[in-house]
Design a protein around this ligand. Structure first.
Ligand code: CTP
Length: 408
């Protein structure tokens, strides 16, 4: 059975010549059991009549923010967005893409896209020179970094009677992307996930501390992706200016000892633990109650070890799938493999922090995933995309583990 059966999908149609092809997509989705709601922009209605989509979807087609026909319509953009298991925009024109990047909500589709928290798929179609323009390239990259999945465009014969990249992706590809995206929203249903993220702060006195450059961004994206895949998520988060993701339960902590205590209190019955936090290995042996005066202090700071949270989780290894992080500057794979074994992890995500623009306080990341019998390099991408790839790998490894247990 298709993953879209019984699910509500919102399909946004924009004003491009490929709009007629979306009729076929809506028809196939309906045949696979989806409840499809079509939103058309003003320009889309110049290419295809709303009646076509009405007849195919057996639902009223939405064309305006201002049409209020019943009580639900009052906040139509929000109700549609929240009911959707996925949002598809096809054909996505250069103009529609630019508006999505900036969050314009002057029409219904823009407002729905802003309110949506579901997987979002964009199938662009336009002339190849518009597709290749740096403005469009930058806009598409911005949406991808925010978690939009971009399908196509493909190369072939264009409306301008020339060949080039710009054709709407084939219907099967778009449908497959939608089905996969909806299937992923169930992947972690009924699963409890615990994530640590951010730096810790080790107090010296009431105003001074030892810490590091971690912002928690990578761990926050890991937690966000787990909630999008249906998990119940507890996020133990060190001090950061970033907000925890919608849907996760956030536990704010300061020091490594607080993080340790909270993780130990939460770990019971957890299915997957991802330790993305950059925990300080050391803390000052003495914490001054009053602000230290420079004349009064001994310039030597005596340190003592913090508990290694991940190592303890590994040592008491229960059924939870354990994922650790490592930041290395040399002999990257060798050091990380040693850590994988020593901390008894199922997977380790390694950053080569000797490279510029990688890891700490950077919007992008590039990682190497290592597990007992394998490795997967992840190309440079936004932290959100990297988080999705990490969960894909966790799903594959856990699937293999379960199959193995089933055989045993
Ligand atoms: N970690 C932890 N508690 C600590 C230190 C680290 O849970 N006190 C976790 C981090 O969240 C991360 C991994 O362990 O998942 C990183 O380990 P790292 O600090 O690199 O490992 P160490 O064993 O301390 O290695 P090194 O010898 O390189 O310092």
């Amino acid at each position: 059975m298709s993953s879209v059966a019984g699910r509500t999908l919102v399909v946004g149609v924009c004003g491009g010549i490929a709009a007629y092809k979306v009729a076929g997509i809506v028809s196939t989705l309906v045949q696979r059991g989806a409840d499809v709601h079509v939103v058309m922009t003003e320009a889309a209605q110049r290419f295809v009549a709303p009646l076509t989509f009405h007849a195919l979807s057996a639902n009223r087609v939405h064309t305006s923010l201002w049409e209020i026909r019943d009580r639900e319509d009052h906040v139509l953009h929000v109700t549609l967005a929240h009911r959707a298991a996925a949002l598809l925009i096809a054909p996505a024109t250069a103009d529609a893409i630019a508006k999505l990047v900036h969050g314009y909500a002057e029409d219904l589709l823009g407002a729905v896209a802003l309110a949506a928290r579901c997987p979002m798929i964009l199938a662009p179609a336009m002339n190849s020179s518009m597709w290749e323009h740096p403005a469009t390239r930058a806009n598409v990259a911005a949406l991808r970094a925010r978690g939009w999945q971009i399908v196509g465009p493909e190369s072939g014969f264009l409306a301008e009677r020339e060949r080039g990249v710009g054709r709407l992706a084939a219907e099967e590809r778009i449908i497959a992307a939608l089905e996969d995206a909806v299937a992923r929203t169930h992947e972690l249903e009924g699963q409890h996930v615990l994530v640590t993220a951010g730096a810790t702060r080790e107090a010296i006195d009431p105003v001074r501390f030892i810490s590091n450059a971690s912002t928690g961004a990578m761990g926050i994206e890991i937690a966000r992706e787990a909630t999008l895949r249906g998990a119940q998520v507890d996020l133990v988060l060190g001090p950061t200016h970033l907000d925890p993701p919608h849907g996760a339960r956030a536990h704010r902590v300061e020091s490594a000892r607080e993080m340790h205590e909270r993780v130990m209190a939460l770990r019971e019955g957890v299915h997957v633990i991802v330790a993305a936090a950059a925990v300080a290995d050391w803390r000052p042996a003495v914490i001054f109650v009053q602000k230290v005066k420079k004349e009064d202090v001994d310039p030597m700071l005596r340190l003592e070890r913090n508990p290694d949270i991940l190592a303890q989780l590994g040592a008491a290894k229960g059924a939870a799938f354990l994922v650790g992080f490592a930041a290395e500057t040399e002999h990257v794979e060798e050091h990380a493999r040693e850590k994988l074994a020593r901390k008894r992890l199922d997977l380790i995500c390694v950053n080569d922090v000797s490279q510029p623009g990688i890891g700490f306080a950077s919007a992008e990341n590039e990682m190497l995933l290592l597990w007992e019998h394998g490795r997967e390099p992840l190309e440079r991408a936004s932290k959100r995309e990297i988080a999705a790839r990490i969960w894909d790998r966790i799903a594959t490894l856990r699937g293999a583990e379960r199959a193995h247990e089933g055989e045993a």
